[in-house]
Design a protein around this ligand. Structure first.
Ligand code: IDP
Ligand code: MG
Length: 153
């Protein structure tokens, strides 16, 4: 089923010049980018995003981390993209992440783990709405893959 998900390259990913490499992975997979921007999260934005973790021991550091520099916010669309992009990211703890995943390759530890991705349809809708206005999304364009597939019909 075609879904949308919210992906963010966290400040450590941006500071380590990994933006291109990470976006490339989603492009190569065949997903369609329908929203993309660089922004410095405000405290208010970070608290909204990570509301579910409020009260946990790591929460204050998480907020500090996510507001410590610009992030790349993205909305990507594709078949089963929510679960599949989480699989591409790998486990929160890099030592448990499968070989070849983004966190296996780049994350330093479970705190500075490079990337965020929504974990279910409800989170995806909530997170997309936090970071993007509807008019900032460009859902109506056709990838080459879609063009080729549609020509065959
Ligand atoms: P996820 O990003 O894989 O969905 P969550 O459990 O939702 O993982 O945690 C959100 C973020 O909070 C993590 O990506 C990581 O940056 C940070 N975090 C999670 N658990 C810990 C921890 O035990 N210590 C420090 N930071 C953590
Ligand atoms: Mg999470």
């Amino acid at each position: 089923m075609t879904e949308r998900t919210f992906i963010a390259i966290k400040p450590d990913g941006v500071k380590r010049n990994l933006i291109g490499r990470i976006i490339t992975k989603f492009e190569e997979k065949g997903y369609k980018i329908i929203g993309l921007k660089l922004l410095l999260p405000t405290l208010e934005l970070a608290e909204k995003h990570y509301a579910e973790h409020k009260g946990k021991p790591f929460y204050p550091r998480l907020i500090e981390y996510i507001t410590s520099g610009p992030i790349v916010a993205m909305v990507i669309e594709g078949d089963n993209v929510i679960a599949e992009s989480r699989r591409m990211m790998g486990s929160t703890k890099p030592e448990e992440a499968e070989a070849g995943t983004i966190r296996f390759e780049y994350a330093i530890n479970k705190e500075y783990n490079i990337i965020h991705g929504s974990d279910c349809v409800e989170s995806a809708e909530r997170e997309i709405a936090i970071y993007f206005k509807e008019e900032e999304l460009c859902p109506n364009w056709t990838t080459m893959l879609e063009m080729i597939m549609n020509n065959g019909k």
